[in-house]
Design a protein around this ligand. Structure first.
Ligand SMILES: [Zn+2]
Length: 275
């Protein structure tokens, strides 16, 4: 887990809510949602690339460059949304000699037109941009399966076309067999999603908000969690009981979310260390 916060991080730079105040006082910094995955410990992929990516890479020894001058273990980035908190980090990877980015056609279109990150990045690096229809085979023995879980467009995208805006990924180590589901933006727990997580060892769920009215209660701002595309933890927690052999944890916490405990992921958490 490189980062475990929703957009803005916690503390958010302009927020004086109790959660952000406490984090600032205690020197805690929950950075924005990004996970690094590997099958063989050599080839690494990022699940999304948030604005904190440079700091996150620097504090992760496994992602250090070498032995070649510009050799990096980072092979590519898999995008699950086109949101700014999941994509802005790509611009900070522009020094790459070559980088692969996997996204749905919907996300790719938005990042080519409404927010032309793809052509911008392509001017700086050898950009290998690929479609991710239902899944992809990655280096190092990993396979990623994808399903669409939401259709909410980023605010900047206006009426951009397409339906595959928000994805969940299931990454399987084809040698060891263990699997990990990444679903940090999950608007609703559908029967299809229930099948998607079945049998997984680890699932990282949408922990943006504890309850549907959290944002309004904390900040006075309008908007419910589910209208913003985030299933509240109070709703998803009971669903996890259907899969007793699977370990569920929460990431992508908004800075209004005061949750703590065993199932709350933090920056730097290593999953699968006991596998
Ligand atoms: Zn705050």
């Amino acid at each position: 887990m490189l980062g475990s916060a929703a957009g803005g991080g916690a503390p958010q730079w302009n927020c004086a809510c109790p959660v952000c105040r406490d984090a600032r006082r205690d020197g805690r910094d929950r950075t924005q949602d990004t996970v690094a995955v590997t099958g063989d410990g050599t080839a690494w992929y990022l699940l999304n690339a948030g604005p904190d990516i440079r700091t996150q890479i620097l504090r992760t020894p496994e992602l250090a460059p070498g032995p070649g001058l510009r050799e990096t273990p980072l092979r590519g980035v898999l995008l699950t949304t086109a949101e700014l908190d999941h994509t802005l980090g790509l611009l900070s990877l522009r020094e790459a000699v070559r980088i692969s980015v996997f996204a749905t056609a919907t996300v790719t279109h938005a990042l080519t037109t409404a927010f032309p990150l793809r052509p911008m990045l392509g001017a700086y690096t050898d950009l290998d941009w690929r479609d991710m229809p239902t899944g992809v085979v990655l280096d190092g023995g990993l396979v990623a399966q994808r399903i669409t879980v939401g259709t909410k467009r980023p605010r900047y995208a206006g009426d951009a076309p397409g339906d595959d805006w928000v994805s969940a990924l299931r990454l399987t180590d084809t040698r060891g067999g263990s699997s990990f589901v990444y679903a940090t933006c999950l608007p609703v727990w559908t029967p299809a999603f229930d099948v998607f997580v079945a049998g997984a060892d680890e699932v990282l769920l949408d922990g943006t908000f504890t309850t549907d009215d959290e944002l309004t209660r904390s900040t006075g701002r309008p908007g419910t969690a589910q209208r913003m595309g985030h299933l509240p933890m109070a709703v998803s927690r009971p669903m996890t009981a259907r899969h007793p052999a699977t370990r569920f944890r929460y990431g992508h916490l908004n800075n209004t979310n005061p949750s703590s405990g065993d199932d709350i992921a933090g920056d730097g958490l290593e999953l699968f260390t006991d596998h």
